[in-house]
Structures are given as C-alpha cells and as structure tokens.
Ligand binder design. Sequence first.
Ligand code: ASP
Ligand code: MG
Length: 428
Amino acid sequence: MALIVQKYGGSSVADAESIKRVAKRIVDTRRAGHDVVVAVSAMGDTTDELLDLAHEVAPIPAPRELDMLLSSGERISMALLAMTIHSMGFEARSFTGSQAGMITDSHHGKARIVDVTPVRVREALDEGAIVIVAGFQGINRDTLDITTLGRGGSDTTAVALAAALNADVCEIYSDVDGIFTADPRVIPNARKLDHVSSEEMLELAANGAKVLYIRAVEYARRHRVIIHARSTFSAAEGTYVLGEGMKNPRESEGAAMEEPIVAGVATDLSQAKITVSGVPDVPGKAAEIFTVVAKSGANVDMIVQNVSAASTGRTDISFTVPKADAAAALKALAAERDRIGFEALLHDDQIGKLSVVGAGMRTHSGVSAILFEALSTAGINIEMISTSEIRISVVLRADELVEAARGVHTAYGLDSEIEATVHAGTGR
Ligand code: ASP
Ligand code: MG
C-alpha cells in the first residue's frame, strides 16, 4: 500500500462529467488499496473568468481581495469532487489550503510556500478518508490572510503535500499523456519520454514546454519527490520526472533505460527582441543598460553584443524579454538615452526561440553541430545563440520556428513512428 498524491488540472475537472471521471479514477486508486490525497485546480477557465471579473470592477484589484476571489475557484472544485466521491460510497473530505496547512509568505498573487503542516490531512487519512485539497492557495501566519501561489500553482500544492506527507509519488494529471520530446501540437510525431531528469525538465519548462510548472519541479527536486506526469484521459503511464540519484519506479519492470543525449526540443513564441544600437563601446555601458531594464521589471533572457566597428567605437546590444515586458523596458531605456549615450532602440516581436535540451551534452561533443546543420539544411537563419551546460537555444524568425523545430527534432533522431494523441490539448 502506497500514499499517492494526485493533482488534477482545470481541464480535467471542467464540468460535472469530467468531475465524475476524475472521481472514478481517485476511487479506483483507493480501491487498489492506496491512501489518496488530491490537489485540485479550479474548473476549466474559472480562474481567468474570475480575473476578468475583478478587472471589470477595479482597474487594479486590491491584492488581498484578489486572492480571496481567486482561491474560491479551487473551493468549488474541491467540494464538488468530494461530494461526487461520497455519492460513490467512499469517504472524502475537502480542505482549503489553509485547513491543509499550506503556510506561505505574504506575497499576494505569488506567495511562496514556507511550511506545510498537514495535521488535518493526516487525521483524515488515518480515519480512512480520501483527502481533497484546494490547489494554488495557502495562508500567511502573520497576516492570517489567504494567499495564492501564482498561475498554475496547484502543481506546487501537490508536490508540497507529497513532500510533507512523504508520499510515494506525486501524479500530475492533465490532458496530455506526459512529457514529450517536443510539443505534440507543434510536432505531431513527438515521442513520449519514459522519464526525464528534473534538471532537463526545468530547462524544457523555462524554454517553453508547458506541461509542468517550474516551481513545482524545483520543489520536487529539492524535496526528492517523484513526479509522474500523466493523462486524465488514458490509463497509460506517463513520464517520470526524477531528481539526481532517484530511482525510476519502472526500472524494476525491466524497461529500456538507455539515456539519449537529447531529451527534447522546446519552442517559445513569447519573447521579443530589443536592440540598443550605437552604444559607446566603453566600460560600464552594459551595466547601465541592464540596470535600467531590470528596474523596469523586465526579465532578460538572451543577450548578444556585436563586435564594435573600429571607425565609430560603437556597438549594438540585443536582448530578449517576455513580450509583456517589452514596452516597459523600451520606455525605461528611451528615458535614459542621453545619459547612456546610445543612438537608437529597435523592437522586434516576430521572433521565435528554439531550444535543445539534454543532460548528455555534458559528455558528448558535436551536439550543437547537429542543430546548426539541421537549420542550415532548412535554410533558416540564426539571429542569436545562447547555451547552458545542458541546453542550446537559438533565436529565429517566428514564422520559421515550426519548420525549424521539425527539422531539428528529426536530426536528433527523436521522431516517433506513431502520432501523439492530443486530447483537449491545453496541457493543463
Ligand atoms: N487555477 C489556477 C490557475 O488557473 C491554479 C492552477 O490551475 O494550477 O492558474
Ligand atoms: Mg487553471
């Protein structure tokens, strides 16, 4: 008998029918003899709808009240799920985040979990109940106010509960079958991974893969929780996300464990490129530029500085930021143009970023050559390049991203013979 934490995303509990399907799945797990704790998201697009509503009544909703409002989405789904399970003849008890002991700091809208004290969850389990916990929320000990963990925070709720309860596995259910070598909506013959390391998963998620949230993966790595990302709509096993030295639960079944050099290809259309041109090529200018950008709140990703033209002593610096941050960064830089002494600002939101991720890059040479060769064959121009120990990213034209990703996916031998099944298809 195991203790299993399951998380169901909004698309898995979008309506009464879906809630019944999820309830059946939970009950089946219980019937198999396991203790079950469930973290549940708000139904369908509830969170977005509540957000819209808030913005209709107030241009900048008060953060405390916004958290009160948004946390109610998960209270609806948890209660409905618990009563569905009841009606199937099983004991189920729902708890809000605060009742379940999710203690956070006081940052409304993006609170961090500082402690988990699941006393009532334990009690309910001991009494034989299935426990349903509202995802994405907690309480601050000082203010005693309700907080939320940021969009997609139910993944983190589930992982934090799994860590605190010392669960055997944290199953994260969504409408995709697991982690793929690429987004199956972009590359139909992407292959489902049996397992992926948490460091690879973090790089994939940070570079556009949307199945799991970064904070949940980080939390799982730190607390040694095994994540099993799988589909609500199928009984098939999904993908295990494993931290260093953690044992793959499937290994005992004799599954093939050869480690590919590249785990996957991620694509990202959410970035924009800003070029600061004619920057005086003297010490301190990059510091001035990126201090201004940082103060605007923009999160810089890739940076490229050109060799300066000897005749002018000036250079160009390009960098990427999330599209949503670009306007603020441009405005802040324009205001400091005379002080910094650059000539012009260019803005380009038609870029796409392609990243290849694989822990095998540490020990294998020639991995980047395959990428550049594939792009060259496809006749695609590279505008920026950046690398980490286990990732290579390139910036290209947005309208060439899909073609590029397909070519690169094939070049690394990642194509599968069978087409991936995409169910509802949001990945949440
Ligand atoms: N309901 C919240 C959201 O949509 C949290 C979650 O789904 O994980 O962001
Ligand atoms: Mg949601």
